[in-house]
Design a protein around this ligand. Structure first.
Ligand code: MN
Length: 255
């Protein structure tokens, strides 16, 4: 049993023990309950998040492939300078903090990020978020709408696709300074939107916003300033045209 699981189990026993005694449950029944709770937690939450390799992956499109929503020069600088630096600094932090990446996935590292340095938090998040972001976009095409199944899930939890888009846009517009807007599935299984500061994300144990990310938007100025300058809302409105909804749906189905 990992330290994290032991800790979860202890916390579970501590809280459930009190409730169990109050409810007249036998203490001997608690370990079995605890094991079940840990298992359930990892199936429904940890295991459902998209894994990302520790090193930077090739883009699935050319730097100019997302124009006009995102211009080629922004993509080139963003991918080959900003994101490459997060990946390099993550590799340095992993080496310095002796993380065995053959055993600890990036998702599980982020889920226990409070145990690591600020450098690990900023660059582990930075690398994960950018790789996740690149995969969330595709060249603008004829049809760019959520599939019936994803549409139904969005309508169920937001009322309409337009309401979802406007809440997500607001989350990105209103994030003060640098950060990310997210669509995520929370632990109740509901789709929600929100934002995180800097390079934090909803997988992190230190994050106020928690859940399984399904779609993320980079609202740092480096993501849009060359083309949009101070007009972050224009960048977000253009970005909707290049969202890869098939990827979002796949993440939802696996979560
Ligand atoms: Mn960025």
């Amino acid at each position: 049993m990992s330290n994290e699981n032991k800790q979860n189990r202890r916390q579970f026993l501590k809280t459930t023990g009190q409730a169990g005694i109050a409810a007249g449950l036998s203490l001997t029944a608690l370990p079995a309950l605890a094991a079940h709770a840990t298992e359930h937690h990892s199936e429904g939450f940890a295991a459902g998040a998209e894994e990302i390799p520790y090193n930077q992956q090739p883009l699935l499109y050319a730097y100019a492939g997302l124009e006009p929503a995102i211009d080629a020069m922004t993509m080139e600088i963003h991918y080959s300078k900003h994101a490459a630096t997060y990946a390099k600094n993550l590799a340095d932090a992993v080496a310095a903090e002796k993380v065995d990446i053959t055993k600890v996935s990036l998702v599980s590292l982020l889920q226990s990020i409070s145990k690591y340095s600020v450098k690990m938090r900023n660059n582990g998040g930075g690398h994960y978020n950018h790789e996740f972001f690149w995969k969330s976009m595709r060249a603008p095409g004829d049809s760019n709408n959520p599939s019936p199944q994803l549409s139904a899930a969005l309508v169920k939890d937001f009322g309409s696709i337009d309401t979802f888009k406007s809440q997500f846009t607001d989350a990105g517009k209103n994030r003060f300074g640098s950060g990310w807007a997210w669509l995520l599935k929370n632990k109740e299984g509901k789709l929600v939107v929100g934002s995180t500061p800097n390079q934090d994300n909803p997988l992190m144990d230190i994050s106020d916003l928690k859940g399984i990310p399904l779609l993320g938007l980079d609202v740092w100025e480096h993501a849009y300033y060359l083309k949009y300058q101070n007009k972050r809302p224009d960048y977000i409105n253009a970005w909707w045209k290049i969202v890869d909804w098939d990827v979002v749906e796949k993440r939802m189905m696996n979560s």
